[in-house]
Write a protein that binds this ligand. Structure first.
Ligand code: SAH
Length: 375
């Protein structure tokens, strides 16, 4: 047996230490899963059977684990698969192809995830924190403050639930696979680095140890936490990195994205460029277009210049019309202004695509996830 022995609190499997979600099979490395299974008095090979059920069949329902004796599966599931997420409400839009789920966590914390089916791909937007501590002024989650980090299993469970629902044909268009995961739900993924990185490992690990997704189809979106971006570059897992810039100048960006006072526009762009150099993955620059705030032609030019100053072909831009949040004094840019902004970036040679605002009418679009209004 290898790895650190895992101590599981079997006396109360549904609760972990105060404030911490209970340990779940998915939190464990493959070696630790073997240890956990043997600590429960079962043969090591049961760990692989459980992993196959979870990651390949996308289930944690003992009734479906028919290759294990009944008593064994009941014991293993009770000990290793505490229920972490409870779907409290789902809302759909776009003829059922956008599905937002409000999850209640074990301690009453709430997060949302949004599933979006397109013609050629299906994307899940996951939350990595309950709330967020970064207080971006235009973002609904930012107004909540941070409740807590999610555990690896709490994030992976959002993904498994979505993949299961797609496999079951619950989303119109017939059964399909989940192709993309974006960390663009609630929270700042790089502020919960360890759990997010472990989640990424579970997503890309080949079956049966993980979901076998392609790293390029996993997008980690950040406000620009430079040391964590540099660390991510060195992980050897070339996920797509998205940098939420929203302004090319420090004066405005510090107002929109307060963490800019810690890591400036230039520092964030330098780090994003290093990410490209190390991983070969083209970085996305996110830019919510806010009417008369950051949508000026000169800002498009300044952005184009700053990106080109660092090289060519390393970046593409994703402007997104602002999704107004409740009570916000801001609104989306005029479509003509938006077109001009895009044209200017393209004139600088920057590949630019407007991001869609799927789910905005169910408050399921970028920056709208709040999950506080309950009933
Ligand atoms: N904390 C991470 C990921 C969460 S949000 C980050 O900041 O990147 C995902 C994206 O939605 C980010 O680019 C964020 O800036 C953007 N966003 C936030 N509020 C928005 C809003 N009201 N309209 C449009 N995009 C928004």
């Amino acid at each position: 047996m290898t790895g650190t022995p895992v101590r599981l609190d079997l006396s109360s499997p549904s609760r972990g230490p105060r404030g911490k979600p209970p340990k779940h099979f998915v939190d464990l490395t493959p070696e630790q899963r073997i240890d956990a299974v043997t600590e429960l008095g079962e043969k090591p090979f049961r760990a692989k059977q459980l992993a196959t059920h979870y990651f390949t069949h996308l289930t944690n329902d003992p009734a479906l684990m028919t290759d294990l004796p009944k008593a064994t599966r009941d014991k293993l599931v009770e000990g290793l698969f505490p229920q972490l997420l409870t779907a409290h409400r789902t809302q759909t839009a776009d003829k059922g192809t956008t599905v937002k789920t409000l999850w209640h966590l074990f301690d009453g914390a709430k997060v949302e995830s949004v599933l979006m089916r397109y013609a050629n791909r299906t994307t899940l937007c996951v939350s990595s924190q309950a709330g967020c501590g970064l207080a971006c002024s235009f973002c609904a989650t930012g107004q909540l403050g941070l409740t807590r980090n999610l555990s690896t299993a709490e994030i992976v469970e959002q993904v498994r639930a979505a993949a299961r629902s797609l496999a079951d044909g619950e989303v119109p268009g017939g059964p399909t696979r989940l192709s993309n995961v974006v960390f663009m739900g609630m929270g700042e993924p790089l502020a919960n680095y360890k759990s997010v990185m472990e989640t990424v490992r579970r997503l890309v690990a080949p079956a049966p140890d993980g979901l076998g997704m392609s790293a390029r189809n996993v997008t980690v979106s950040t406000v620009g936490m430079v040391p964590a971006m540099d660390r991510l570059a060195k992980e050897g897992i070339p996920v797509t990195l998205a940098l939420s810039l929203h302004a090319p100048d420090d004066e405005l960006r510090s107002e929109l994205v307060p963490v800019n006072t810690r890591w400036s526009v230039d520092e964030a762009l330098d780090s994003a460029h290093r990410y490209f150099e190390v991983t070969g993955r083209r970085v996305s620059i996110e830019y919510a277009l806010i009417r008369d705030i950051n949508d000026h032609a000169w800002r498009a030019d300044l952005l184009g210049e700053k990106l080109n100053a660092r090289g060519r072909g390393w970046v593409h831009c994703n402007p997104i019309p602002l999704n107004p949040t409740p009570g916000s004094k801001w609104t989306a840019s005029d479509p003509r202004v938006e077109q001009e902004f895009v044209a200017r970036l393209r004139a600088h040679g920057i590949p630019t695509t407007i991001r869609d605002t799927r789910g905005s009418e169910i408050d399921g679009a970028c920056g709208q996830l709040a999950a506080e209004e309950d009933e």
